[in-house]
Ligand binder design. Structure first.
Ligand code: ADP
Length: 374
């Protein structure tokens, strides 16, 4: 793996403050990495992002120890302009970052300032807008865009300058879940299609676990944990003590593991969790699902109690309709075995209550039979 950024024993305190915002941070960022930084408020995440982009020590001055090497350049010695040719950054408050009122002008501003030759500018703008998926917004007034669209414009304006690394500080802070996912899809595209290394400060742990190859947890200016998302989110208790959440599905895994029901690598998404839980409650079904991943989701499952057991309840071709023609039960077939825990779901008027009344004998079927233990 080729290193693009090397942070060596960096400590930093702002201005004349004695308290360190970062303390003895060492970190290597490899080309092609997609790194997520999490941690509680005040942990030093933004300060670390500012160190990577050169804003510390060029824009934010203070006491700086150690070194940050960006593609072979020491950020303390290189100019901020030189560092920003390599590391592009999207700030937390994009409104203060954006200078133009129209999307295209925002893109042109950076390219012209960077001295990109005029004959290359049009291609850069159109290619980047396409990569980010916002070609249709080119002539729009930025003020009229949604939060997610604005965030994409901010990312596109930086990507157009072809940095090797993109550092983002909480790009989804003001966005709803759907827009947040779109921003991360954009980052994934930049990472995969353009080969850009991504470092993102982010609170939404489920997104980080899905998109990053490495997660870094900061606490009190120090690296508390780092590794692949699976490794980091296995430390539920440690993360909780720091004040950082795990993805919900990982919390479920960790509590099942604490009860001795599962072991191994924590799950990070809903599909993994579904397979895991099916494996516990219904091992035969899980085995079949694992063999036939494209099987119909509506196929009846094998039940753990079904083999050799006598049913406790059988609905056999049950028909029922209310006299006023209201909700009806039509050709209902259902067999329940001892020990089963069954949920009945359905829209209003689907017949759930009617089913339970037929089950308890409050209603009699018009045809067919309802049998309880024979
Ligand atoms: P996070 O991004 O994890 O919330 P920050 O990097 O913003 O953490 O802050 C780390 C520490 O540095 C905090 O104690 C914060 O008060 C301090 N700090 C951050 N920015 C400044 C600044 N511009 N001037 C002075 N202190 C700052």
């Amino acid at each position: 793996m080729e290193t693009i950024i090397n942070v060596d024993d960096v400590s930093f305190s702002y201005g004349t403050q004695t308290e360190q915002a970062l303390s003895h941070i060492s970190l290597s960022v490899n080309k092609g990495d997609f790194i997520g930084i999490i941690g509680p408020s005040g942990a030093g995440k933004s300060t670390l992002a500012a160190c990577l982009s050169g804003a510390v020590p060029h824009h934010y001055t203070g006491t700086f120890f150690g070194s940050v090497m960006v593609d072979g350049h020491d950020t303390c010695e290189a100019s901020l302009t030189d560092v920003s040719q390599i590391v592009g950054s999207v700030l937390q408050d994009i409104d203060t970052q954006m200078v133009a009122s129209v999307v295209e002008d925002e893109m042109l501003f950076g390219l012209e300032n960077f001295g990109v030759p005029h004959d290359q500018i049009e291609q850069r703008v159109s290619e980047t807008l396409e990569t980010v998926g916002i070609s249709d917004l080119r002539d729009r007034e930025i003020a009229t865009l949604s939060g997610g669209q604005k965030q994409k414009v901010a990312i596109a304006a930086i990507l157009a300058m072809r940095p090797h690394v993109l550092v983002l500080d909480e790009p989804t802070a003001a966005l709803d879940p759907a827009s947040s996912t779109l921003v991360f899809e954009t980052l994934r595209e930049a990472n995969r299609a353009l080969g850009i290394t991504i470092v993102v400060v982010e609170q939404k742990v489920a997104l980080l676990s899905e998109y990053c190859n490495r997660v870094l947890v900061l606490n009190h200016g120090e690296i508390a944990l780092q590794g692949e998302p699976h490794e980091v989110f296995a430390h539920t208790d440690e993360l909780r003590a720091i004040g950082v959440d795990c993805p919900r599905v990982t919390r479920i895994f960790n509590s099942l593991e604490a009860d001795g029901l599962v072991s191994g690598t924590p799950c990070l998404d809903v599909d993994e969790a579904e397979r895991l839980i099916s494996g516990i409650v219904d091992p035969a079904h899980a085995a079949i699902e694992a063999q036939t991943p494209t099987g119909s989701p509506h196929a009846p499952s094998l039940r753990p109690h079904a083999k050799d057991a006598e049913p406790v309840l059988t609905f056999d071709h049950v028909e029922f309709a209310y006299p006023n023609g209201g909700a009806a039960v039509h050709d209902l077939n259902l067999t329940l075995y001892p020990g089963e825990l069954v949920g009945i779901v359905g829209q209003n008027g689907a017949g759930k209550t009617t089913l339970t009344k037929l089950l308890t004998g409050l209603l009699k079927p018009a045809s067919g039979s309802v049998r309880v233990t024979g």
